[in-house]
Write a protein that binds this ligand. Structure first.
Ligand code: MN
Length: 233
């Protein structure tokens, strides 16, 4: 059987801001899958992409438009990219409809949650009293872990890592607030914020941190290996 073809949502350079970095395809390759970039904004081809792909990774990036979960934007959320938001939400739903695996990373867990009916904290410093530091690394490519997350024992993540706690990097000011129907919380930081979600069948899974950037971390590799294998089925 061929190795699975795994899409990475790609922000078009014309839109500026965050672009896909090479950690994502490298992590898929290490896990045994074939990475391919899927440009957002190609709305006419989303069904074609969803038919072709064996799995999808929603990548990191900027803020999600709060109107997509029924809120007006706070002053701390001045910019967003609706081409990226709308494309990722549509492709995520198309993959879920086909029963194909989707993994969300950082912004990706937030997009995944909004696509499936959940909402977000727009700005952790403004909305979550007593929060710990979730912006402890200056670069999205930063491989250094800075805060632990506590993992729920009744979860795929726990079965995969075999422990209650793992150290993660953290480069976000938004976070999942209420999980979408069908998604359960599988990891949190000490301040109670949600750091991982999964569906019961494991076809939808998300992480608020950047496992792809922690290149030498065994837990990060285990996550990508697991996801690639899930896409193989
Ligand atoms: Mn964090």
């Amino acid at each position: 059987m061929k190795d699975p073809l795994i899409g990475l949502s790609l922000r078009l350079p014309s839109a500026g801001g965050h672009n896909l970095n090479s950690n994502y395809p490298a992590a898929i390759l290490r896990g045994g899958g074939a990475p391919i970039a899927v440009p957002m904004g190609a709305y006419d081809y989303l069904d074609e992409y969803a038919d072709m792909l064996d799995g999808l990774i929603l990548t990191g990036g900027g803020d999600v438009d709060p109107q997509l979960f029924g809120e007006e934007a706070l002053p701390q959320v001045p910019t967003f990219d609706r081409v990226m938001d709308d494309g990722e939400i549509a492709l995520c739903r198309a993959m879920v409809q086909r029963g194909k695996p989707v993994m969300g990373i950082c912004r990706g867990i937030q997009v995944m949650n909004v696509a499936l009916g959940g909402n977000l904290w727009q700005d952790i410093p403004a909305q979550v009293p007593g929060h710990i530091c979730h912006r402890s690394a200056p670069q999205p490519e930063n491989p250094v872990a800075t805060h632990p997350v506590t993992i729920e024992e009744d979860s795929i993540l726990y079965a995969l890592l075999g422990k209650k706690e793992t150290m993660t990097n953290s480069i976000h000011h938004q976070a999942v607030k209420d999980p979408a129907p069908g998604l359960k919380v599988t990891a949190r930081t000490a301040d109670g914020l949600i750091e991982a979600l999964e569906s019961a069948d494991g076809l939808v899974i998300g992480f608020q941190w950047h496992p792809e950037a922690m290149r030498d971390n065994p837990d990060s590799h285990a996550i990508f290996k697991w996801f690639v294998d899930k896409c193989r089925k």
